[in-house]
Design a protein around this ligand. Structure first.
Ligand code: F6P
Ligand code: MN
Length: 332
């Protein structure tokens, strides 16, 4: 059986769809970072990388050693490609500029170097998420302002999941492609070229421990799902919660469903838990490219105008029919 590697896939995209070779190089750099992180994740205690780093990120969350190490690997691998002029990372409060001794390029990248941190030390799936934006101009002194672009501007996005297999999932705005890391050769091999999510779903994912804090439309929607066959929805729904957005999105891309992280009434200054630039936007871009949908309950996530680099947003993503239903409840 002949296989297609990530580099062959990117070369084909360059020839057939005019993919910018610089963007291709950037994605190769991202894939190199992911391979290195995958090796550390899979080595765990043997590589001495588990446990707390003893610091907090800008959102006040405890940083794990692997959060910091993954961030450093990502920053370095991306900077070496010479294709970006700035980065935003979940782990770093300010915009990251490129060192003077390295070339810059026309792209900006936002990433969550290791998503699902609470899973790190228990050997459960985690991942890296990234989103690529065009820079208005390639300059060294990028600021937060340069990143205030809606998700519709993304030119590429994706994630790498470190699970039983390491899988890289990307979109260039024309469908979604899935690659599996061959541990024998260290090559990402194309294993699913046309990922599609069905409009209908039988599975949902939400952290029900927050139910008492949800807003009315979410309470109503989830109550109707829980009523099953005998309720207004007329069918039974199954529930899953991995506590890593990467793994929830990956499941939905494979077998459908809806994932939700709504805003709630605990802290109205926080519109949800997930971050717009490096969690919600890239995953929404993937979803739309797989025929699914993503809203914040009121509008497409990809049209939400960012105001801060670490801004949070409510997220409803996955099967179009379900996302439309819960979004319509918000309008009532
Ligand atoms: O990055 C935030 C995150 O870890 C997501 O990956 C995940 O979906 C969510 O938080 C888990 O939230 P909770 O702690 O409520 O289970
Ligand atoms: Mn995350």
């Amino acid at each position: 059986m002949s296989t297609i590697s990530l580099s062959q896939y990117l070369a084909r995209e360059e020839v057939q769809h005019g993919l910018d070779p610089q963007l291709s190089r950037l994605l190769t750099g991202v894939s190199e970072a992911c391979k290195n992180i995958a090796w550390l994740v899979h080595s765990g205690a043997l590589a001495g990388v588990l446990g707390l780093a003893g610091s907090e990120n800008v959102q006040g969350e405890d940083q794990k050693k692997l959060d910091i190490i993954s961030n450093d690997i990502f920053v370095d691998a991306v900077a070496q490609t010479g294709t970006v002029c700035g980065m935003v990372s979940e782990e770093i409060p300010e915009v990251i500029r490129i060192a003077d001794n390295l070339p810059i390029g026309p792209y900006l990248i936002c990433f969550d170097p290791l998503d699902g941190s609470s899973n790190i030390d228990i050997n459960v799936s985690i991942g890296s998420i990234f989103s690529v934006l065009p820079a208005k101009e390639a300059k060294r002194d990028v600021t937060d302002d340069d990143f205030m672009q809606t998700g519709e501007h993304q030119v590429a996005a994706g994630y790498c999941m470190y699970g039983p297999q390491t899988q890289l999932v990307i979109t260039l705005g024309r469908g979604v492609a899935m690659f599996t890391l061959d541990p024998k050769t260290g090559t990402f091999v194309l294993t699913n070229e046309d990922v599609k999510v069905a409009r209908e779903a039988k599975e949902f994912a939400i952290n029900c421990s927050n139910m008492r804090h949800w807003e009315a439309p979410v309470k109503r929607y989830v109550a109707e799902l829980l009523e099953g066959k005998t309720g207004v929805r007329g069918k039974d729904f199954n529930m899953r919660w991995v506590a890593a957005m990467v793994a929830e999105v990956h499941r939905i891309l494979q077998r459908g469903g809806i994932f939700m992280y709504p805003r709630d009434n605990r802290d109205l200054s926080k519109p949800g838990k997930l971050r717009l630039l490096y969690e919600a936007n890239p995953m929404s871009f993937l979803m739309e490219n797989a025929g699914a949908a993503a809203t914040n309950g009121h509008q497409r996530i990809l049209t939400v105008q960012p105001e801060k680099i670490h801004q949070r947003v409510a997220v409803f993503l996955g099967a179009a029919e379900e996302v439309e239903t819960v979004t319509s409840y918000h309008a009532e």
